[in-house]
Design a protein around this ligand. Structure first.
Ligand SMILES: [Zn+2]
Length: 180
């Protein structure tokens, strides 16, 4: 399959990469329908955040489940899913508290040895804890895909912040750390 690979600042290439396969019983393989470039991908692109040459890149994607491991319970081939910007087991104390980015078994798309979101397919560790199912029929609604893609990172980050700050309708708030 083809995927983006970062070799250094200002040097991202589309290259041939191994087709992902189910490696662990909790994995799924997802065929990417839509992916995008996050502001934090640009940190690596500009050299502000360092990457090991040859790392994959991209962490926001929508896709169709193609295969699941024997221990995956909630997903099956054909499901349309959105991937959050980290994978997580969904079962530990952190995950149950909604702090999936602190999951001890979790990780970031594109870290060394893992697939990035900007590729034709992705091996998803802990698929049950990571992927969120979307209504199947929305996969064919091309105009809706950019909005669904925003659920992977942009919307969920703001939503988490609003919940953590206990924001209520009508409240006046300051937004700190607007990222991109
Ligand atoms: Zn966890």
């Amino acid at each position: 399959m083809r995927a983006t690979v970062i070799h250094g600042p200002h040097d991202i290439r589309i290259e041939e990469a191994p087709d992902p396969v189910v490696r662990n019983a909790t994995d799924a393989v997802v065929r990417v329908v839509s992916a995008c470039i996050c502001g934090s991908d640009l940190w690596a692109y500009r050299g502000v955040a360092s990457r090991t040459a040859g790392q994959r890149i991209g962490h926001e994607f929508l896709g169709i489940v193609e295969a699941v491991g024997s221990e995956v319970r909630d997903l099956r081939p054909g499901d349309f899913v959105v991937a959050p910007f980290v994978w997580s087991d969904g079962t530990c104390d952190y995950c149950r508290e909604g702090l999936q980015t602190s999951c001890p078994q979790g990780g970031f798309w594109g870290e060394v040895g893992s697939d990035g979101g900007q590729g034709e397919a992705v091996r998803v560790p802990f698929a049950d804890g990571t992927l969120v199912k979307l209504p199947k029929e929305t996969a064919d609604e091309e105009k809706l895909l950019p909005s669904l893609l925003a659920l992977s990172d942009v919307m969920s980050t703001g939503h988490h912040a609003a919940l953590a700050a206990r924001v209520r309708p009508g409240a006046t708030v300051a937004v700190v750390g607007d990222g991109a």
